[in-house]
Design a protein around this ligand. Structure first.
Ligand SMILES: *[C@@H]1O[C@H](CO)[C@@H](O)[C@H](O)[C@H]1NC(C)=O
Ligand SMILES: *[C@@H]1O[C@H](CO)[C@@H](O)[C@H](O)[C@H]1NC(C)=O
Ligand SMILES: *[C@@H]1O[C@H](CO)[C@@H](O)[C@H](O)[C@H]1NC(C)=O
Ligand SMILES: *[C@@H]1O[C@H](CO)[C@@H](O)[C@H](O)[C@H]1NC(C)=O
Ligand SMILES: *[C@@H]1O[C@H](CO)[C@@H](O)[C@H](O)[C@H]1NC(C)=O
Ligand SMILES: *[C@@H]1O[C@H](CO)[C@@H](O)[C@H](O)[C@H]1NC(C)=O
Length: 748
């Protein structure tokens, strides 16, 4: 039980700490010692109905346990709708015995994974007035695996919507503290297969955390006029597809996190229920796809034509930590938008500066006495910790009625100061200054330069004073940047595949929240709001899931690969000067929803090329069996495949060999015309310095829609120092369309 999944939001306080993905304590499997939850994957049995399948699971397990009753009690879930597997509580010996059975493909422990706007759509060019296919948008169903949902939220009102689409086979029952579904929120279920109550959550699809309400409304929230957080970020809140239907599958729990077996159960249900797009803002799976429930679930979804969009993770800015990087997943990085939330701070000497964060409090006085935490220590022993204003380090009599200057330490410094009578907190931090935390009492974050100033001022006078003003929204230069927290490539799963795929806004996004939790969740916070700001790749992911649903509403028959291709080849590459990690930060670039609807050409494929890709990566019959549903794959008959990576991907990545000679990669691609029947495309190559790239042929002419053309790209690059990357591009251009693929060359 070591690996965990996290929701990819920054809890904004932990963000200060760089403890971005703090695990809340995780309940191990206790009571039944030496037994753990395992997921047992079985060979596909298409002819068998679901009841028989479940019976077969019990029989199979009986043969190992020696008792039908024991087997029946041990099975906690039979995945029977969309694939063939079960979850059960087993000893290690039982797991091993099961693994030796003929039709058992794998037996893997179920791990626990933790919980990792208004302006954002206009920023991406998807305006309220953008062309929509309303009829098909209403037929589109988006599914989210998350913390649940707030059904009362204005974002999920069903104004203007008829009954659910006919294809919908899902359910929404009556649950505790859950007011029920409507024609907008058409599905709500929860999965908690370990059977242990979560002390901070409710066994119901209700969202106690706020994360699921936020992501759902970014994806498909109905229009809500005059939405804001205490007047900040005011505007019309809406999702990408405001008329699409929402199905929520609650798999993440406030204190226990998100378990593999629950995630798989949600996939089993969602695929069967008829969703069109699945959005997963959860991270933390292992690099091996066959033991990552999100990768496995997403592959089964892919086979049914359903695209999975997932968050890249919040482990940036260091390299090589992107999550959810399977080639059949659309992996989303977070970018910033053109606004900032800042508070003015006035000092008694007339100096004025601004700090970051949302402090919704109006000061009563013009100035308050100011003290440094270091000077307000409870006693000499606590002097060191007092600098950081940690709990119990300060003398309340030196803090009462004052603004306190602290170095950043743990979450909720302002809450510590408030509890002992302080008026406000100025926090010094040089980290992660690109998203705004929300404070439960007056506070602001300043950088090191300003902090030096403040500290010098405090010690320059007998009566230092300061005031922190209420936060205002500031316009920033629009150059999109990759958020510092957003996880970067290279892809730890494969050096032949560029990840992340794409970037979308994930900084300070305003969207729906829950009234069951205060804004910060900190002790003593009395701030509640129907909308709030959150940051994380968790917020970027539903933006792209929304774009995928938008594209699908125009092209209901497109495959997941075609939808991904449309989104990637129409994206706008971001500035390399602003974003040093280039494609390892933003993938193909910032998504452009309106262009994605009309890409001209798409790199399409079914599921077989993904298998070939994995064969090339060293997967074999047994490690592929879980994905394919049988032991029938023989990689040696699939390889050698067509080219360097064997996958018809819309981006290309060459990993240099670690030696002096140049490395050559031959990429073969097949592209499908989805634009005008008669079209001619010319190739333009932009090679990075020192790299030779050629394409053949250089002109592709099409005479009909859905016609396919093949071409070959040869990339030849000299060796580079370790851990470097350079990038160029291939662009197919017609009179109407620009189809762009980044080409990345990296050294190990
Ligand atoms: C959930 O519902 C129960 C029973 O109606 C009620 O006692 C409880 O306070 C509710 N919990 C929350 C967090 O609203
Ligand atoms: C808009 O919201 C603000 C703050 O939430 C509120 O004070 C104001 O009355 C609202 N305006 C309208 C027109 O509803
Ligand atoms: C600190 O912030 C000020 C004002 O926003 C800015 O001018 C300065 O460059 C920043 N310093 C650093 C080291 O980021
Ligand atoms: C298949 O791959 C797995 C994991 O890489 C490895 O443990 C196993 O030995 C391989 N099996 C064969 C038959 O090569
Ligand atoms: C896979 O195919 C190769 C070549 O056809 C064959 O030699 C080999 O026996 C096959 N392996 C398995 C496990 O069937
Ligand atoms: C493509 O190239 C041909 C021949 O070089 C040229 O005549 C044509 O104008 C080009 N088309 C576009 C769209 O650039």
């Amino acid at each position: 039980m070591s690996k965990e999944k996290f929701i990819d939001t920054l809890t904004l306080h932990s963000l200060l700490l760089r403890l971005l993905l703090v695990c809340r304590s995780l309940a191990g499997v206790t009571g039944d010692e030496q037994k753990e939850f395992y997921i047992v994957y079985l060979e596909d049995d298409h002819h068998v109905n679901t009841d028989t399948r479940a019976q077969n699971h019990i029989h199979l397990l009986s043969s190992v346990k020696g008792s039908y009753l024991d087997a029946k009690e041990s099975i906690v879930y039979s995945y029977t709708k969309s694939f063939n597997a079960f979850a059960a509580k087993l000893t290690k010996a039982e797991a091993n015995r099961l693994l030796r059975k003929d039709n058992v493909l794998s037996v893997s422990p179920s791990r626990y994974h933790k919980l990792h706007t208004t302006r954002s759509w206009d920023f991406l060019g998807l305006h309220l007035t953008s062309r929509r296919k309303l009829q098909t948008e209403r037929e589109t169903i988006v599914g989210l695996l998350d913390t649940g949902i707030t059904p009362e939220s204005k974002s999920f009102k069903d104004d203007g919507l008829g009954p659910p689409p006919k294809k919908w086979k899902g359910t929404c029952g009556h649950f505790a503290n859950f007011s029920g579904c409507n024609n907008k929120l058409i599905g709500a279920r929860y999965f908690k297969l370990d059977g242990k109550p979560d002390p901070e959550d409710i066994l119901s699809p209700i969202d106690v955390d706020g994360h699921g309400s936020h992501t759902s409304s970014i994806l498909a929230g109905n229009l809500v006029r005059n939405a804001s957080l205490f007047g900040l970020a005011k505007g019309t809140a809406r999702g990408a597809v405001p008329s699409a239907r929402v199905a929520i599958y609650k798999v993440c729990w406030v204190s226990s996190g998100c378990s593999d077996m629950d995630i798989l159960a949600a996939y089993d249900a969602a695929i069967h229920d008829g969703v069109d797009v699945i959005s997963v803002s959860i991270g933390g799976g292992p690099a091996d796809y066959a033991s990552d429930s999100i990768a496995v679930g997403a592959f089964h979804a892919l086979k049914k034509g359903i695209i999975t969009v997932a968050s890249a993770g919040n482990h940036g800015p260091s390299l090589g930590n992107v999550a959810n990087h399977a080639p059949w997943i659309l992996t989303v990085a977070a970018s910033g938008i053109d606004r900032d939330f800042r508070s003015h701070v006035h000092l008694g000497n007339g100096k004025d500066f601004s700090g970051l964060g949302v402090s919704a409090f109006d000061p009563k006085w013009k100035l308050y006495p100011l003290v440094s935490g270091a000077d307000a220590a409870r006693d000499s022993a606590s002097k060191e910790t007092a600098r950081f204003c940690v709990e119990d380090s300060l003398d309340p009599s030196k803090v009462k009625g004052r603004v306190v200057f602290c170095e950043v330490s743990s979450a909720g410094t302002e809450s510590v100061i408030k509890r002992i009578g302080g008026i406000g907190t100025i926090i010094e931090s040089d980290q992660f200054l690109d998203s705004a935390p929300i404070f439960m009492a007056p506070a602001t974050i300043v950088n090191g330069t300003i902090a030096k100033f403040v500290d010098a001022y405090i010690h320059s006078t007998r009566t230092p004073s300061a005031v922190i003003c209420k936060t205002r929204e500031i316009k920033k230069a629009p150059a999109p940047f990759v958020a510092s927290f957003s996880s970067r490539g290279p892809n730890p799963g494969s050096r032949r595949l560029l990840k992340p795929d794409i970037a979308a806004p994930g900084v300070d996004i305003l969207a729906a929240y829950t009234l069951m939790r205060s804004l910060t969740g900190l002790k003593g916070d009395t701030q509640f709001s129907e909308f709030t700001l959150m940051s994380g790749t968790s917020m970027a992911c539903p933006h792209i899931a929304g774009v995928a649903a938008y594209v699908k509403s125009f092209h209901p028959n497109w495959t997941p690969a075609a939808i991904k291709s449309a989104i990637l080849t129409t994206a706008t590459p971001m500035s390399v000067r602003v974003n040093n990690e280039a494609e390892f930060g933003f993938g193909a670039g910032q998504a452009s929803p309106t262009r994605a609807v009309s890409p001209g050409l798409v790199y399409d494929m079914d599921e077989m090329p993904y298998i070939q890709f994995l064969c090339r990566e060293g997967y074999n019959q047994s490690s592929l069996a879980v994905l394919v549903g049988s032991k029938s794959i023989n990689c040696s008959t699939l390889l050698p495949g067509l080219g360097y990576d064997d996958v018809n991907y819309p981006t290309m990545q060459l990993s240099l060999k670690n030696k002096q000679e140049p490395t050559t990669g031959v990429f073969r691609r097949r592209i499908t015309n989805v634009g005008p029947a008669v079209s001619i495309y010319n190739a333009t190559i932009k090679p990075p310095r020192g790299v030779q790239i050629t394409v053949k042929p250089t002109i592709l002419s099409f005479s009909r829609v859905l016609q396919k053309r093949s071409f070959k790209v040869v990339v030849k690059a000299k060796s580079m120092p370790s851990m470097q990357m350079v990038s160029g591009s291939l662009v197919w251009k017609s009179s109407r369309h620009i189809v762009r693929s980044p080409i990345v060359i990296s050294s190990p």
